[in-house]
Design a protein around this ligand. Sequence first.
Ligand code: BTN
Length: 266
Amino acid sequence: MTDSPKISKEEIGNYLNTKYLGRALLIADVLESTNLTAEAIADQSPEGLVVIAEQQTGGRGRNGRSWASPAERNLYCSIILKPDCAPEYVPQLAIVTAISIAEVLEQLSIDNIQIKWPNDIWLNMRKLCGILCSMSCIENCTEHAVVGIGININTTMQDLPAELSDKATSLRMHTGMCFNRSKVLAMVLNALEHDYEQWEKLHSLAPFQERWRKYDLLCNRTISAEHGRDIISGKVLGIENDGRLKLKTDNGIILISAGDAHIKSL
Ligand code: BTN
């Protein structure tokens, strides 16, 4: 596809200004899942190595879902990180990554970017980007984390599976233009390295709260979410510094650790 040239090391290098994120790259035409490959090689790899695929045959989404990954249209990549923290802090990295990506999209003049807790990026109420974070730990030490990023970039409506046609979007579907995927990746890595280093100082989202609020799709909305075995409803007040969603319910404030939030009303 000439309007979406292949991702290349050279082109990424033209835009990359990081110290270590993306300085080692593994680019494949087809992988089952970049997260799977990154997890398999993480122990022997330097921090910052990025696995990229032009196509995934078994792209993974959150909560056991799949991630549609047609060839040569979008960005499918997984970043190996080695944070110096206990495993319980690692899920915050997905939120930091979502904030970095939201700001990169704004730099690309994409308006109306929002983040749906915990880390989905939405554009005009359709999903544009998903993030899947996994980790490996020994006792209370994190060995490595893998941050998988899927951004729909040059996909068209025809490329989307029918069940996603009213749920997903891409930069191309939104703007009518094709984007340089190597450049978008380099911009994400530039932004993320900076934010990752800031996060490593405290392992807290406190320094990111203001930026989170700017993009928070759920704030002040009534949602339902899983809480243990229950489904609870409440009005979203924001996120805690550890990433939990803060809900005002009829029974007081409840903090949600993980799962999907379903919007009920404004
Ligand atoms: C979600 O469900 O929102 C998370 C989707 C994450 C998709 C990306 S694509 C690159 C990386 N490899 C995978 O198999 N999944 C992530």
